[in-house]
Write a protein that binds this ligand. Structure first.
Ligand SMILES: [Ca+2]
Ligand SMILES: [Ca+2]
Ligand SMILES: [Ca+2]
Length: 237
């Protein structure tokens, strides 16, 4: 995988207004795929990524957006410092028939990712990233040992401290900018955790990567900057 400037510090961004105006050349979400195969013949554990795993990198584009659809589609009326609304976007990532996922990473191109108020990333309904005003992964109910997102069970609850650190499933690499700041987004789910995920979900032909942004009562909530995320998966064919 390519290296990025992880050492770059978080850079203060500015107001929520910036997100909506940040789109320079609006692009529709598209997907591009490249694959590389290793040639090792060493027998390996079914979820061991070290041998025979195929690396596939897909670019997931999410155009900048802002504004919550308050009081609609299951969202509540605006209420300061409460989890009132969410906006969701997703990409379906195809896998070859019979492939078994063994590692997953999401990394921003550049270091200017920004969210307002906070963000969560799901694989299917499993939370792989949560934090900021939304609290931690521990705030969500577990099914088969994995935290699951269910809007109706969390909407309306008070915001956590907006500087609650982000946490990522399994405690792997987890770099996510604080609310209303911009910075790199860099998340990696380790093989042991992927084994749990794959064990709990039926990922036959692929899976949804879901990006959710949230808001309480402000214009410009449920917002993120233009995001180009490189999704790297490794799987056993
Ligand atoms: Ca507010
Ligand atoms: Ca905000
Ligand atoms: Ca807000």
């Amino acid at each position: 995988m390519r290296n990025v400037l992880l050492a770059a510090g978080l850079v203060g961004c500015g107001s929520e207004l910036m997100f909506g105006r940040q789109a320079e050349t609006p692009e529709l979400p598209t997907t591009s795929t490249t694959a590389a195969t290793s040639t090792s013949t060493t027998p390996n554990d079914p979820l061991d990524c070290d041998d025979d795993a195929v690396l596939e990198v897909t670019e997931l584009l999410f155009a900048a957006r802002a504004n919550c659809d308050f009081s609609n589609d299951g969202n509540l009326d605006p209420r300061n410092e409460h989890l009132q609304a969410r906006a969701e976007e997703s990409h379906f990532v195809e896998l070859p028939q019979g492939a078994t996922l063994c590692a997953l990473a999401l990394e921003s191109q550049g270091d200017r990712a920004a969210f307002d108020d906070h963000v969560a990333v799901l694989v299917e309904d499993v939370l792989v990233v949560s934090g900021g005003s939304g609290g931690t992964l521990d705030d969500y109910p577990l099914v088969d040992g994995l935290p699951r997102f269910d809007w109706t069970t969390v909407r309306g609850r008070p915001f956590a401290d907006r500087y609650t650190p982000y946490g990522c499933l399994g405690g792997g690499r987890c770099i996510v900018p604080r609310t209303e700041e911009s910075g790199p987004f860099d998340v990696q789910i380790e093989p042991e955790t992927m084994a749990e995920l794959v064990g709990a979900l039926a990922l036959d032909a692929g899976f949804d990567v879901r990006l959710l942004v949230f808001g309480d009562d402000d214009w410009g909530d449920c917002a993120h900057s233009d995001l180009a995320l490189d999704l790297s998966v490794r799987y056993l064919p």
